[in-house]
Design a protein around this ligand. Sequence first.
Ligand code: ADP
Ligand code: MG
Length: 253
Amino acid sequence: MNTFETVINKYNSLRFNSIAVSLEMLVSQAEDNETSYLQFADMLVSHELSKRDENRVNLNMKRAGFPVKKQIEEFDFVSQTTITKKQINRLLDFSYIDNRENIVFIGPPGVGKTHLAIGISYKSVYAGYKVLFTTALELIEMLDLAEAKGELKKKINTISKFDTLVIDELGYLPMNKQSMFNFFQLINALYEYRSIIITTNKDFTNWGDFFFDDNVAVPIVDRIIHHSHIFMMGGESYRLKQKINLNYSTYRI
Ligand code: ADP
Ligand code: MG
């Protein structure tokens, strides 16, 4: 005799866990709607597929390691006039990931570079892509540690599993020779294979300072900017502007 319990156990044994969890609800829905057999068969499998997608997205969102949640919808393109909504929307078909292109946001602090890098990447995770968010400092530390343990290749392979690597705040600190070499190995491995999103306060002409040595800066920069979308952003710091507005309204009260 089939009871819900025995059928649910069979679904569980095949790892159709989402059907198992919702079987009673799905059956009663089908009864209420007088669903055809074929429709019901489809309902079950569609339910499982959509739950699996949802779980995968949730897992990828955790693995991405975004420091904060930032959405493109929250970005005010009126106060930031050096980049347009259209330019950002064009990226949201994620062809930059499929074509292994890079995105670089260059500009002074507070103009929205990290916000946009996270906002775009957030949407790409929902679209099914895998992202790893790091700051340049964290990334360099991670690579240096791996190199010291003789595991640089392994670490680079792990990073290469993500469709996009976000490197936030590149250029704030100088790198030593070994770090630079490790970083070059990573960029070389990702070049034309994965996409990279970089935020930086440095124009490319000054990257030599940051990379310690122009001999390494040139091939690194070359690989990053080849097939890339570069956005030079400017304007006042949004943080500062908000603070000034806040003080102003306090003054008015
Ligand atoms: P950057 O990375 O360029 O230093 P952030 O992206 O971290 O700047 O922006 C600083 C703060 O201001 C963040 O909280 C961000 O969400 C907010 N912000 C910056 N620009 C805008 C904007 N145009 N619209 C809405 N919020 C913004
Ligand atoms: Mg930033």
